[in-house]
Design a protein around this ligand. Structure first.
Ligand code: PHE
Ligand code: ZN
Length: 880
């Protein structure tokens, strides 16, 4: 029936809503007050239609005994709603008033029943917040403030209610009707309509409400909990997609068992449902017992999904499932506490993925994400603490700082306490706060009380923004056999925080003998909590090499005094795999930064280290692939005082080309290595495939013609999307006849599969050719480019914004293109548009010509009439 275009593109009469008032208020954490009124129960009745849905609500409201305010006005949040009828205790009420989008009611007593009718148009909802239409079905997204687009309600996470939901709709259009909790009744309603009623016994905040109605089919399974309760599981998708749901189901069952084993958390209802939707602003959403997913994180088979897609599905399925405890049973008091659920849940999903895969490879990947996304956040105009102090639009705070740095903070607690004490702390946390809306302070208090360890000094990680830089230098007294480690820490100012305090930094540290290569001082945990500090090591029998911040024990930047020779030695000898990776990265980074500054580059240590890694018999292929990958253009840029993207790109390509020719035979051998059938999803098979493509990339840097032949062969013979996409990813940056042939073949085969077509757009937007901007402009006019679909928009504009060399093209056309995209997308979906702004935020660090052009584009966006609060906040903060 209705496809993506017809259901999500606005037409004349369903045009986007009027622009919000230009005065955007700042909400502050210090202004938190408990709610004046509570809503212990809510009943909702939906008469569903794609273009017209009627919502009738009944709220039982009562004064909150914990609130000091005793006014008799009840404020119910609304966004774009008009009451069609209001009742108080059964009698029609007409002395209601509106304040902005909110509904104000005067209530004489302490306890009342409020009835409200509204009508909404899901098809016109291009923001994809609230109730919206996607691919012919209806679904909801309420976090953070979407519920107020469905009905009037105190839409804040510290108001918890028991929900009863009745929905009615056309049985052929909406054969499946789902909501939170248990389905308690269902029946026919005449005229081809049917209805269902759902009860959720667990009180929950409005952001966890969910409803789905559509023509969906289930992949069903069951899980028996530790205490022997049987849970019915279902993953709901369009019928054609059913064969692609098994990996998500397997991941779900693994995650359920893992949470029982590692955290003692059992599932608590008889049903658990996952629904895949085509149009979704984020990855997925943890609505109680009815998780709604971006289809990209559900659907996979060998032919259409890469190994990375499979891993991401497992990660996101686990993440949303884990939220049942860290998010739903214990939720957040206010949105400033977002990291309470997100940081903790990311830490939990990271640990899960490590346990079911390879821990060092997973750790490298987590750190790579942190450095690529969170470090730039911390260094730019949008820097904010893990627990922010203020916001204009909360949607802008679903950031890598809140999620990934938040997870690093939890990981530091885990490191400092050790696994047993950490578990005592989390048990106490869940116990104490079950059914409550809690704060980050409550979390730390439970860890302290459970473990008996004082964690107060660590709380500064929640409040102080910025990435600490730690200088380290080791001094060896050969005669006394003593080594002294001198440490210094420093945090640069961030917006609103000019002066920084020293932070407690847990550093796993060991010393490796520079002659023997042995670990001469075993790993110990140093807590650096002063601005300067020295630590001594005894019995240091040979000149030591410093192995510090092992396994990335703290989310910091280490500036250690170590020569290239020492790094090269550590890259081979360090017993901590992460530290080995790190030594390689540092070795490469030094060469690249020197080259970008126009200094002489000594490539030999880098090439020797990569050669030794490739030839090693003991390292696994996935680790090899990680270790030999050069730092990206943007990571190099982060180390420069004045960024010249062309210089960075040139020096990186030269180094890649030198590696490609000097290590040609090793690389081709790694490329040819087999033992990885397409259906083999073991960590080692994934590693072989990874290394195959990474090696090919180096060969291409040295000899495009040779690489194009190898790549085309890999492409044509591929028995998995991993090999196919890997080959195409290499070809797409070459200037060879195979390039266009492969792109066309890929399009012809997969243009009906939206998730694979996203890859086709993304690969071209990531291309390292001089004509990428032209190609991307062309693609934005392509038949299949659908700006209302967030995945498609991100695959083109989001990927392009992260393509350092192309986005920063010297003529400024990359900037103009992304700004145009932001302006166009903002009229439809402000949340997604605002997420495209950050690449502009770093303008101050670029050479003057580019800095001026970037700033101009920010100013152009800022001057656009009717700009959303979302984009307004990001753009004005970027300019400030
Ligand atoms: N809470 C979701 C998660 O991280 C993310 C999300 C936020 C989804 C806002 C939709 C909207 O699991
Ligand atoms: Zn989450």
């Amino acid at each position: 029936m209705a496809d993506v275009r017809t259901t999500t593109l606005p037409d004349a009469k369903t045009a986007p809503e009027a622009p919000p008032s230009p005065v955007h208020v700042t909400i502050r954490r210090e202004d938190y007050r408990p709610p004046e009124w509570l809503v212990p129960e809510i009943a909702l009745k939906f008469a569903l239609g794609i273009e017209k849905t009627r919502v009738q609500s009944k709220l039982s409201v009562e004064r909150n005994p914990d609130s000091a305010d005793k006014s008799n006005v009840l404020r119910l949040n609304g966004d774009g709603l008009t009451p069609a009828g209001v009742w108080i205790d059964g009698s029609p009420c007409d002395n209601w008033s509106m304040d902005g989008g909110d509904l104000l009611l005067e209530l004489p007593g302490d306890r009342h029943e409020i009835g409200i009718d509204v009508e909404i148009n899901p098809a016109a909802n291009t923001k994809l917040m609230g109730l919206y239409a996607s691919n012919g079905m209806l679904c909801t997204q309420c976090e953070a403030e979407g519920f107020r687009r469905i009905t009037f309600f105190p839409d804040r996470p510290d108001v918890l209610s028991k929900y009863r939901v009745r929905m009615e709709g056309d049985a052929s259009r909406f054969p499946v009707l789902l909501s939170n909790g248990n389905r308690v009744a269902a029946g026919e309603a005449g005229d081809g309509a049917h209805w269902a009623e759902w009860h959720d016994p667990f009180p929950k905040p409005s952001y966890l409400f969910a409803l789905v109605a559509g023509d969906l089919k289930p992949n069903r399974d069951t899980f028996t909990t530790l205490s022997g309760r049987k849970v019915d599981l279902a993953i709901w998708v369009r019928e054609v997609d059913l064969p692609k749901t098994q990996h998500a189901m397997d991941s779900l069952k693994l995650a359920m068992a893992w949470d029982e084993k590692v955290y003692g958390r059992e599932y608590d209802l008889d049903q658990f449902n996952i629904v895949a939707v085509t149009d979704f602003n984020m990855g997925a959403m943890e609505n109680k017992s009815l998780n709604i997913f971006n289809s990209a994180y559900v659907l996979a088979d060998q032919d259409t999904a890469t190994d990375a897609d499979f891993d991401n599905i497992a990660r996101v399925v686990a993440h949303e499932y884990f939220h049942n405890w860290s998010g739903d049973r214990v939720t957040c008091r206010d949105w400033f506490q977002l990291s309470l659920k997100e940081g903790f849940t990311v830490f939990r999903d990271q640990s899960f993925s490590a346990d079911v895969g390879s821990p060092p490879v997973k750790r490298i990947e987590d750190v790579r994400v942190l450095r690529a996304v969170q470090f730039p956040e911390d260094q730019g105009p949008l820097a904010h603490p893990v627990r922010p102090d203020s916001y204009m639009e909360i949607s802008n705070f679903y950031t890598a700082t809140v999620y990934n740095k938040g997870a690093e903070v939890i990981r530091m607690f885990h490191t400092v306490l050790g696994p047993e004490n950490f578990r005592k702390g989390t048990d106490l946390y869940f116990d104490r706060n079950d059914g409550r809306a809690a704060t980050c302070d409550d979390f730390v208090a439970a860890l302290e009380d459970g473990s008996g360890v004082d964690l107060q000094p660590f709380k500064i990680w929640y409040s102080q923004a910025g990435t600490p830089k730690v200088r380290a230098r080791i001094e060896h007294d050969a005669e006394a056999k003593i080594a002294t480690l001198h440490l210094e820490q420093h945090v640069d100012p961030t917006p609103g925080q000019p002066d920084k305090q020293p932070m407690p930094i847990p550093l796993r540290t060991a010393l490796v003998g520079s002659e023997t290569g042995h670990e001469i001082c075993p790993e110990r945990l140093i807590i650096l909590d002063q601005a300067r500090q020295s630590v001594t090591f005894e019995n240091v029998t040979e000149p030591p090499l410093l192995s510090i911040n092992r396994n990335f024990s703290a989310p910091i930047i280490v500036e250690a005094v170590r020569s290239p020779g020492e790094l090269e030695r550590l890259a081979q000898a360090d017993t901590d795999p992460f530290a080995r990776y790190e030594a390689m990265q540092e070795l490469m980074m030094r060469a690249l930064v020197a080259g970008a500054r126009g200094e002489e580059v000594d490539r030999e240590p880098v090439i020797r280290a990569i050669g030794a890694t490739l030839r090693s018999n003991s390292l696994d292929p996935a680790f090899k692939a990680d270790a030999i990958l050069l730092p990206s253009d943007s990571l190099i840029a982060d180390r420069m005082d004045v960024v010249d993207p062309d210089a960075i790109h040139a020096v990186r390509e030269q180094l890649r080309s030198a590696i490609g020719s000097e290590l040609h035979d090793e690389l081709v051998a790694a490329h040819r290595s087999d033992g990885a059938a397409g259906d083999d999803l073991s960590p080692s098979a994934k590693g072989v495939r990874r290394l195959r493509t990474v090696a090919l990339g180096f060969v291409a840097a040295a000899d495009q013609a040779e690489a194009a032949e190898l790549a085309k062969a890999q492409f044509d013979r591929a028995d998995s999307m991993t090999d196919r996409q890997g080959a195409l990813g290499v070809l797409v940056s070459t200037d060879t006849p195979q390039r266009q042939a492969a792109l066309n073949a890929f399009y012809d085969r997969f243009h009906d599969d939206p998730l694979v077509l996203d890859k086709w757009f993304a690969l071209q937007a990531a291309s390292q050719r001089p004509d990428t901007v032209d190609r991307v402009l062309e693609l934005s006019r392509h038949f299949d480019f659908v700006i209302t679909n967030p995945n498609r928009l991100r695959s083109l504009a989001g990927t392009f914004g992260a393509n350092h060399w192309a986005f920063h093209s010297a003529d400024g056309r990359g900037y103009a293109f992304l700004a145009d995209m932001i302006i166009a997308a903002d009229k439809l979906n402000p949340q997604v548009a605002a997420r495209l702004v950050p690449p502009f935020g770093r303008w101050r660090r670029f050479e003057p010509k580019r800095a001026a052009m970037m700033r101009q584009q920010l100013e152009r966006i800022a001057a656009t009439p009717g700009l959303s609060k979302d984009v307004y906040e990001q753009v004005t903060k970027s300019l400030a």
